[in-house]
Write a protein that binds this ligand. Structure first.
Ligand code: HEM
Ligand code: CU
Length: 524
């Protein structure tokens, strides 16, 4: 039977022009995910350079200036080049299939929002080759003035690259909102949408709200650097602390842009392998919305040591603690979904369970950091570095890896090797905790962050941390091998793939047709 739709289904361009010109959500999803994986190795290698230098006190491998470039670039790459593109990759692949739409609402803009990224990161990474002119930005990813005003041409490249990343994110967010609000199949009401779609809808609004704020902050930096303005120059009547306020007004919602889609991934995976519907669907939606709202009123908890007025310190302390409530609701709902479920522990579920527990550890250290007088001790120490790696690595990255294992059979049509998957998981989990758990104690003992050398008493824990980081790094090579192996072949995946999985994407073949849902599905 060759209907028009069936013919049109598989007809698509091939070769390089396919990937350059594609407007297909699955292709663009694949491009975002592969880009993110490549950047993971770029950002990860930088982290290993830092950890190798910190294996023992004294300077062995890099100069202090290059060390500062590595910490700054590592963070910019991991945040804007790995986690954010990975989530947009998942959104592109999954949202149209989950809501029963043929594609994203704005396909050509979708192509452009991806292809801006390789140019933005070429610009950013090229600064590493400008060592004679100061090299890459080296004042920390937060780009605080006055250091960032004094930095070399690398800082200008970083500012322009951040502008391009911001445009890509804003275009992606517009596309997600337009798709979710206008392209749902008949009967797919908002409160019937999968949680992953809800978390992305709310994340997209956060992106629209704060990416322009970052653009504003770095533009003021650029004019202070080249056009004689004094926004952040105290001698010119400006205030360097103003930059911190504007940066973190973006920066704190940004950390929720890095975690809300991860919450959505966990809410897809856990019910599937617990074989129970998600506990408290509606409360999950309201918890996500309240976290997003609260994320706008806590930014100064990054600045408790700049000398805020007491009333300000108290407000930001209590507002930050308040975020623990909706976050707690989510953790409670995931545990209740697992409770008395008939659970099996395939690799996606292992990553999802590790996500829940290790993210909670990150959340608890976040609560400790929210206490103003205690934060006077923690601020700018390795305790902070441990905290945000628990929420960003075992949080965001573990959820991303879990999501990849969950949908890889759907995307490729092949089952991956469960044995390799489990090796990848356990080496990642052990390596991660060995790398970052000791850092809590280094911080409590007073080891500052962003230093290439340290006092003797910090040696042992730094050595464990470095060994752990290399185990974590090595484990990711298994993942790359597994992905290539699965794309190439393996046991055929069924449409349903996972027995307990719910959702429209599991009604499509694996891999799904190039153009899916040309005819809107009926939502029960
Ligand atoms: C995957 C393994 C990772 C390792 C081994 C690692 C390791 C490190 C190390 C050693 C530092 C420097 C700390 C210092 O000396 O001050 C650092 C900083 C940082 N990392 Fe990671 N990291 C990893 C992944 C990530 C990810 C996935 C993210 C974000 C999504 C991230 C975000 C950051 C940030 C924001 C900083 C602070 C940079 C600065 O001080 O300006 N890291 N990381
Ligand atoms: Cu914050």
């Amino acid at each position: 039977m060759t209907t028009a739709t069936a013919h049109h289904d598989e007809h698509h361009p091939s070769g390089i022009s396919r990937w350059l010109m594609t407007t297909n959500h699955k292709d663009i999803g694949t491009l975002y995910l592969l880009f993110s994986l490549l950047m993971f190795f770029v950002g990860g290698s930088m982290a290993l350079v830092i950890r190798a230098e910190l294996f023992q006190p004294g300077l062995q491998i890099v100069t202090p200036h290059f060390f500062n470039q590595m910490t700054t670039m590592h963070a910019l790459v991991m945040i804007f080049g790995v986690v954010m593109p990975a989530f947009v990759g998942f959104a592109n692949w999954q949202i149209p299939m989950m809501i029963g739409a043929p594609d994203m609402a704005l396909p050509r803009m979708n192509n452009w929002s991806f292809w801006i990224l390789p140019f933005a990161f070429t610009l950013l990474l090229s600064t590493l080759f400008l060592q004679s002119q100061g090299g890459a930005p080296a004042g920390g990813w937060t780009l605080y003035p006055p250091l960032s005003v004094q930095g070399g041409i690398g800082t200008d490249f970083a500012i322009l690259s951040i502008h391009m990343m911001g445009i890509s994110s804003v275009l992606g967010a517009i596309n997600v909102i337009a798709t979710i609000l206008n392209m749902r199949a008949p009967g797919m009401t908002l409160m019937k949408m999968p949680l992953f779609v809800w978390t992305w809808l709310i994340t997209a609004y956060l992106l629209l709200a704060v990416m322009p704020v970052l653009a504003g902050a770095v533009t003021m930096l650029l004019t202070d650097r080249h056009f004689g303005t004094h926004f952040f120059n105290a001698a010119g009547g400006g205030d360097p602390v103003l930059f911190q306020h504007v940066f973190w007004f973006f920066g704190h919602p940004e950390v929720y842009i890095l975690i809300l889609p991860a919450f959505g991934l966990a809410s897809q995976i856990i019910p599937t392998f617990a074989r129970k519907p998600l506990f408290g669907y509606a409360s999950m939606v309201y918890a996500t919305a309240s976290i997003a709202f609260l994320s706008f009123i806590v930014w100064a908890h990054h600045m408790f040591t700049v000398g805020l007025p007491l009333a300000g310190e108290l407000f930001f302390m209590y507002a930050t603690m308040l975020i623990a409530v909706p976050t707690g609701v989510k953790v409670f709902n995931w545990l209740s979904t697992m409770w008395r479920g008939s659970m099996t522990f395939e690799t996606p579920m292992l990553f999802a369970i590790a996500f829940v527990f290790l993210f909670t550890i990150g959340g608890l250290s976040g609560l400790m950091l929210a206490i103003v007088p205690a934060d006077f001790q923690y601020q700018d120490t390795y305790f902070v570095v441990a905290h945000f790696h628990y929420v960003l690595v075992s949080g965001a990255v573990f959820a991303i890896l879990g999501g990849a294992y969950y949908w890889l059979p759907k995307w490729t049509g092949h089952m991956y090797s469960e044995t390799l998957g489990k090796w990848h998981f356990w080496l990642s989990a052990i390596g991660f905790n060995l790398a970052f758990f000791p850092q809590h104690f280094l911080g409590l003992a007073g080891m500052p962050r962003r230093i290439p050398d340290y006092a003797l008493q910090f040696t042992e824990f730094n050595q464990w941390s470095t060994v752990g980081a290399f185990i974590l790094g090595f484990a990711q090579l298994i993942f790359v091998f597994l992905v290539i192996q699965t794309i190439r072949g393996g046991k055929k995946a069924t449409s349903q793939v996972w027995e307990g999985a719910e959702g429209l994407e599991w009604t499509l073949t694996s891999p799904p047709p190039y153009h899916s849902f040309a005819v809107a599905p009926k939502i029960k």
